[in-house]
Design a protein around this ligand. Structure first.
Ligand SMILES: Cc1cc2nc3c(=O)[nH]c(=O)nc-3n(C[C@H](O)[C@H](O)[C@H](O)COP(=O)(O)OP(=O)(O)OC[C@H]3O[C@@H](n4cnc5c(N)ncnc54)[C@H](O)[C@@H]3O)c2cc1C
Length: 542
């Protein structure tokens, strides 16, 4: 990607059929499905691609057993269908993940109730994955799990992904179909025109601002899709509509796998409020989540975990794995995401709010929000059916087509790589894996300690993946900032020359970016400061 060329195309490339606002999974999905119809599509993202909630999820591609428990059968069925499509078409990037649910004597839900729920889950997916394990079998999969009154556990199959890379993969597919996608370009205001035949005005484009240079310009489009996630109310309310989102924060911990070694995910019940909490293997580490509470902070600031949330998650771990004596010293990184949940308006407990997505047409502004990572394709298609009122060609969205084009046959040169690296590259970079290999310098095929990430991926990302700031590179193109302590500060000596060479940064620019990155890590991805926190129960609204 060449930013200068893309900006020139953005300014001079109209008229556009669709302007997608927001480069998270929802916007990426809409851009891909719209491009597939042959429409002229542009997507702008104010921060970085996946810079919002789509890089801060629990990274599950799942049907949502919890939603089934809430009676949301339609949502579960749709999610399971999409999960299986992604497993089939994005293998490696989306990978099967088995969950085990320990069952203890006298505890609820018991063996039989879980069997019924999992039976329905499997039936909706159309295949049996559930399996009963005795106590020894469960302990073998989760060493250190409390064996007190453990009678066994059910396991079942779901899937997981690298969420930010999934967004990038969808965007890359959209680009290959002709869509123009730009990060660090913000929609400042919507442009409206009076409609003689309709009451009021209709949205016909937006005033954009390049956040790197501060330059602003107008872009006209026949249809504007508001895929700004938890920020969706900002554009909607600018047209005079009432806000409808209830931002709910969920936070996670990442521990080294040797402190909490799991061969598969474990579902736990929090001792304080019986909310489901999980610990799962991800990228060679162990991910623990999540909380669910009202997020009352300014949405302009990146979210971070509070001390109460940290204590809450550690409490769940210590209760489930008492022998491991886990403490905050074991936490390598943390992150929080804010869910764009459409408020029921009933003021219910956060975990009881419905998680269905919403698609709205308000004066030609198509808002799509509240969806899951898993269901991005079906959500995008629904948004396009709505947008087809303004751009009829969008009605041609292929309801049965594949998510991704089938990959080309992998080049034989890739077989020279270690099998794990080869598979990783094919999964993440698809047809670009061979070009990535050609870009790599001889010593860049080695992986960075405690990660599966090769140095070559950093060079490739700087050169071809629209990296503007250091956090784009370390938190989303790669996940080094999550996988390594202090955001990967130890990498600086080798990282600096590579980044300066590829991005043409002076020493001052590097220093500015490094300082900014470290401040971001300290604020939003590390342990929270040890100050009194007045939220006592993170499961309840603050
Ligand atoms: C804690 C947590 C865990 C989750 N776990 C899972 C999970 O395991 N599996 C699952 O399927 N789902 C999960 N979800 C749900 C899922 O992650 C989100 O619903 C999804 O990522 C939302 O995507 P989005 O594109 O709507 O929003 P976002 O990813 O937030 O994207 C919106 C984008 O719009 C941009 N934007 C905002 N304003 C503007 C503007 N004016 N101009 C241009 N761009 C703008 C933002 O910068 C942002 O990047 C989880 C959510 C949370 C909070």
């Amino acid at each position: 990607m060449n930013r200068a060329e893309d900006l020139a195309a953005l300014r001079g490339g109209g008229p556009w059929d669709v302007l997608v606002v927001g480069g998270g999974i929802a916007g990426a999905g809409v851009a891909l499905e719209a491009a597939r119809t042959g429409a002229k599509v542009v997507l702008v993202e104010a921060r970085d691609f996946a810079g919002g909630t789509s890089s801060r999820s629990s990274k599950l591609v799942h049907g949502g057993l919890r939603y089934l428990g809430q009676g949301r059968i339609g949502l579960t069925r749709e999610s399971l269908h999409e999960r299986d499509a992604l497993l089939a078409q994005a293998g490696g990037l989306v990978r099967p993940l088995r969950f085990v649910l320990p069952v203890r004597q006298g505890a609820k839900p018991g063996r039989r109730k879980l069997a019924l729920g999992l039976g329905l889950y499997d039936a909706l997916a159309g295949r049996r994955t559930r399996c009963w394990h005795d106590a020894a079998g469960v302990l073998g999969q989760a060493p250190g799990l409390d064996s007190h009154e453990l009678i066994g556990g059910w396991s079942y199959l779901d899937a997981q992904a690298d969420d930010a890379r999934l967004v990038l993969r969808v965007l890359s597919e959209a680009r290959s179909l002709g869509a123009l996608v730009l990060n660090h370009v913000r929609v400042d205001t919507l442009l409206c025109a009076d409609q003689p035949s309709a009451s009021g005005s209709i949205v016909q484009g937006a005033r954009l601002v390049d956040t790197v240079t501060g330059e602003g310009f107008d872009l006209r489009a026949r249809c504007v899709v508001n895929a700004t996630g938890v920020w969706a109310d900002v554009l909607r309310t600018s047209l005079g509509h009432a806000p409808m989102l209830r931002p709910l924060r969920g936070s996670h911990l990442l521990l080294p796998d040797w402190r909490l070694p799991l061969s598969q995910a474990v579902g736990l019940c929090h001792p304080l409020d019986q909310r489901p909490v999980f610990a799962l293997p991800w990228e060679g580490a162990t991910l623990v989540g999540t909380t669910d509470l009202d997020h009352r902070d300014d949405l302009a600031h990146e979210p971070g975990i509070t001390r109460a949330e940290l204590d809450y998650l550690l409490q769940a771990l210590r209760h489930a794995f008492p022998a491991l004596a886990l403490s905050e010293a074991d936490v390598r990184s943390t992150w929080s995401g804010v869910r764009p949940v459409v408020s029921s308006g009933r003021g219910v407990d956060p975990s009881s709010e419905p998680r269905e997505h919403l698609v709205l047409d308000e004066q030609g502004l198509i808002t799509v929000t509240g969806g899951k990572l898993t269901t991005f394709r079906s959500t995008a298609r629904q948004a396009l059916r709505c947008a087809a009122r303004h751009v009829p060609a969008l009605a041609g969205a292929n309801e049965n087509g594949a998510i991704f084009a089938p990959p080309a046959v992998a080049s034989a040169a890739l077989n020279t790589l270690a099998p794990a690296l080869r598979d990783r590259w094919i999964a993440r970079f698809g047809d670009d894996a061979s070009a990535l290999l050609q870009t790599a310098q001889p010593d860049e095929l080695q992986t960075i300690a405690n990660t599966g990430i090769a140095w070559a991926e950093l060079r490739w990302a700087c050169r071809y993946e629209a990296v503007v700031h250091l956090d784009d590179l370390l938190l989303r193109r790669t996940r080094l900032g999550l996988l390594l302590r202090d955001g990967g500060a130890e990498l600086a000596p080798r990282l600096q020359p590579l980044v300066q060479q590829e991005l043409h940064w002076s020493n001052d620019e590097w220093q500015r970016e490094w300082t900014r990155y470290q401040a971001l890590i300290a604020r939003c991805y590390a342990l929270p400061p040890k100050v009194a926190d007045f939220i006592t129960d993170p499961g309840k609204p603050a």
